[in-house]
Design a protein. Sequence first.
Length: 208
Amino acid sequence: MDHSNLMTPLLKKLDICSKETLSNFVLNYTTNETLKKYIKNETYINSLTTAITMSYLKVHASNNESAWSESYKKARAYLKKQINDDALEEEIIRISLKFVVDKSTKKVIYKKKKAEKREVISEVHKIVSVEKAQSVASKQNKDGSFELSDTINKDLNINNETLKVTVNTLTTKNEKVKKAPISVWYTAISLNYLKLNADSLGGEGKDI
């Protein structure tokens, strides 16, 4: 039985879409030379997908263990028979569990950050009006740059001093970015302020 085909939907959830990505996972998670050597063998591919599925159930369905405990036992028996090496079997189970935990943790963090970003944008939308957008747009100079508007100053609590402090704490390693003229920062902030609110304001700011 080709277990890799059966596990495709689950593997995709973990960003494994091919045997190549599965092989890369093993190479990144183990130092076991035997496992690295035989990773392209179909037996090991099937064993890995089985071990990953077992680990996924342990991580995501621990409260419903009774529903999959028998399948888990059968899967362990399958691994033991196919691999026929206790140490290698344990290594496959170990790296599979670590992989599932790592991937699941990253996805949770990503979803949390995405939700937080949506919440922040939603709050920004609430404080902006057409009049405010027009006020920001009116501060655009003939060369395309923006001066800092009173609207942005009040809404985002930004002025020359606070902006300098913020720029100096940026995580970027690009010193040119940190040393960019204040007019560049005001322009970038103004553009993003208008862009974030363009949809909720019926397109105001999209053509700036």
